[in-house]
Ligand binder design. Sequence first.
Ligand code: 16G
Ligand code: MG
Length: 557
Amino acid sequence: MNEQQRSILLHSTSCFPLPPGVKLSYGTAGFRADASLLESTVFRVGILAALRSVQTRSVVGLMITASHNQASDNGVKVADPSGGMLSQHWEPFADTLSNAGDPNTLLQLIDDFAKKEKIPLEGASEGEVLLGRDTRPSGEFLAEAAKQGITSIMGVNATDMGVMTTPQLHWMVRSRNKGMEASENNYYDQLSTSFRCLMEYIPKGNRNFNVNDKVIVDGADGVGGEKLEILKKLLSDLSIDVRNRGDGVLNEGVGADFVQKEKIIPRGFGPADVGFRCASLDGDADRLVYFSIELNSNKIVLVDGDKILSLFALFIKEQLNILTGEDGKVNESYQARLGVVQTAYANGASTYYLKQLGLEVVFTPTGVKYLHEKASEYDIGIYFEANGHGTILFSESFLCWLEGRNNELTSTSKCSEQQEAALRLLAVSKLINQAVGDSFSGLLLVEAILKHMGWSMFKWNELYHDLPSRQLKVKVVDRTAVITANAETVVVRPIGIQEAINAETAKYPHGRCFIRPSGTEDVIRVYTEAISQEAADSLANSVATLVDQFLGFNTTK
Ligand code: 16G
Ligand code: MG
């Protein structure tokens, strides 16, 4: 690092001292905390994003959001040049950088890391970081801190994209690095055009089916509501009624996380909405769940990420079969691999359903970075968490084959059914955000598929019946004491707890249970499934007691 760079960093770092006693960790969703504690962290993540941009000679993203957390929290995460999550091997550096006490230590860390990673810091580098934030009141001053961090690496520009959804920022990073147009308007154009294309190829017989054209969307009083208002103006054949567009308190009694966990009607919805398809986005619009309102009750019928995944998988498999036949063979030497990725939170009934369709289903630990990575190993990889975060990834080689096949079919004009299937799959690859899960593209794809099938939401929900399940959280002294394996289905530390959980689970016919440390809260999460709600609840309570015995505050060590 040259002298000029050194003095810029020393000066800027001294303006962002760490609040005393704060120690944060770059978890599954970046750094998250009360916004008042985050200024120095965001500044440092700005430095990190700039370094990543210099190293990869690509555009990188920095998003300021705490997603579904309460409005007073905030957070920060980095989008890698692919548009996906920050490369995992940079995470330890994110931790040490953010917790480095004084400017000299920080400087030394950067110097060492830059040498190790061969990042040139001699003044001639170039880079660009796209900066986005959600609607939280703290977003603006934290964005200033991020800019200071980004521009303290010489030659790196911070491009402020203002308020946007997390998936929009990831999409822009990906598009920029592919040399494609990447403005917010380009994003809306791509989504609306590919949606229109899917609607055009709806089988004639299904067009007049009585599928309601209206969907009511809960915007969680976050960025999703206001952005969806823009997108919906470009759509015909679908009427979107956006509620909770930002006038109320963000995520309070609203949003995908609330709806999925509490299973009660979100604020802004009521008896007049009975019979309609409803959907909820989370605070930064990267999650989507559907629901319908029950008559004379405050309960909802939840249609979660697992069911969205099942709908997508069914549709994609159908189109692929039209194109390639049951064996998925594209030609003698090339077979299209379709894979589905879930986590242990996926309801067992969904996994059973997907396997019955003949699909390959694999599991990863919780967190988008794991699911995304796994899904990218397939020609078409579909991943979803039960909480509504997910997307579909298409390999370059498959898309290339698809384009070629489509051209072939156009020139021979022989088989319109196959050509329509090819065009549908191409449209899905453009509609669905391949950088990260996106509630907007998810919503439009669900709507298009329901129209395609001629299905009501009720019919969709009947694909399979969820097994009763329960989630609990237990406060413990140190959640890092729990170490899991096999996609979080087995606990290897503390020793003995897995055997105790097994013994408890064995008491319940078809019982299933796992525990894992949360990546976003200081708790251990317990998940159970069983043949009745009472059994799932009872197993969850017993296992929560076990967790408390092994790890709780009264444990003598
Ligand atoms: C974050 C993750 C989400 C995961 C959740 C689990 C991303 C972008 N988000 O929100 O995928 O389901 O954390 O939270 O990776 P937990 O660790 O507190 O259970
Ligand atoms: Mg989110």
